[in-house]
Write a protein that binds this ligand. Sequence first.
Ligand code: TNX
Length: 523
Amino acid sequence: MRACFITVMAAAMALCASPAVDVPVIPRPVRVTPAKGVFVLKPGARLVAAQEAAAAGRALSKAFALEATPGTRRPRGGILVTVDGSLRLPGEEAYRLRIAPGGIEIRGKTAAGAFYGAQTLIQLAGESHKPGVRELRSVLIEDYPRFPWRGAMLDVSRHFLPKDYIFKFIDLLAMQKMNVLHLHLTDDQGWRIEIQKYPKLTEIGSVRKETRVGHEREKKGFDGTPYGGFYTQADLREIVQYAQERFVQVVPEIEMPGHAQAAIAAYPELGNTGERIEVSTRWGVHKDVFNVNESTIRFLQDVLDEVLAIFPSRFIHVGGDEVPLDQWKASPQAQARKKELGLKEDVELHGYFIRRMDQFLRQRGRRLVGWDEILEGGVDPSATVMSWRGNKGGIAAARSGHDVVMAPNTHTYFDYYQAKGPEEGLAIGGFLPLEKVYEFDPTPPELKPEEAKRILGTQGQLWSEYIPSPQRLEYMAFPRLTALAEVAWTPKDRKDYASFLERLRFYEQRWRSMGVNFRPTAK
Ligand code: TNX
């Protein structure tokens, strides 16, 4: 009797999970209700987009080679995309997509929702194999994200990425409904953003004289080739604009007070020793950090002023990670400053530094984000914490009232190896296979429901010490970032790894046509 019950249950579950009711969409939508019949999208079909849904209209127009006309009435045998703020689905990014034999309708709660509905439709059309004509199964999809922060971090300091490549990467984010591009613009090995008030930041700080070959422990020496690159402010404005049109928010990061060697190489007065140093040519944690003088804080606030004028993002990242205290300990000036501020521990100087930036950003209507070390020096709850050393920092931060982005190295560091074997090429180390990314839950189970509300979402990190080119970047990012997109969007109880792998086939086809060097996944 009991066995029979289990069998019936298993059969019912198998039916629910069967490919017949699964749709080839990543991230897997919240609710999929199949209906009778098919819709045939013929060449020359009409595509109508409301003014507020123009971005969705453009995406569909490009994908299906149809001309979008403005309007709000569904054309017979065609596609209509509109925005309807009264849509009864949670959040700002929700949409409803209905495919019926007579036509297709996408309704977004906002322009972003409409855009995501369009992305879903484009993926559904990938299932159709007949050339020229696309057959789409009738269905009703109601969908919205689990988290508002779904992103990727590009480290353009260790290795630079050309502007045109950033555009492609934004397309790749948007198609998987990701909405944050965190640009790590400065670090010890290169300053990559033009600052008009301080031109030496890029004149000197954007070029290192050479780069280490292989891992440090291999002792293969250096390549003897200068390496450089930076974005002009005009470049960055173009990137911001391109991202905005695809509902991706660009969050800039200016590292402080550590990971500052390139800036100190350009302006030695920002350092603690007065010595002339070079832009770094090796990886790891560096002892040269910004000093804590008022003039340096002001210098960096001037930098931030220019950053704010380029990036409309509410969130501005100031780094804060890996700050060795040695130079402050040894500096009479830093010690005098500590005394003057009434601080006891050297680490409180770190806290002071970050708090000054937090105040500065808040006065300008922005919000500071920092890596989890910012908790150690003491920072106001207004600061958002990016938890990278596992979940620990995120849990502590959420409990003390900070907003949190989960970026733990255990599950979101895509500079780690994804498989073992020589064909993987060189990576920083570690091991993070696809399935482990997929299993990640950005809400640590330790958190109470009230605390869990602080988790804004998650993002994948592409630290680039060992990622020298767009090709390698794509190999490391895809499909792991795609698994993370589903983690960030799809309700926990709708996640299913076997189904994900199945749906990945359609992504792979699309990546191939876009020239993406993804890592093929064996089934
Ligand atoms: C730690 S994560 C760093 C980066 C490195 C990365 C390599 C973090 C906030 N700091 O500077 O690139 O490890 O995995």
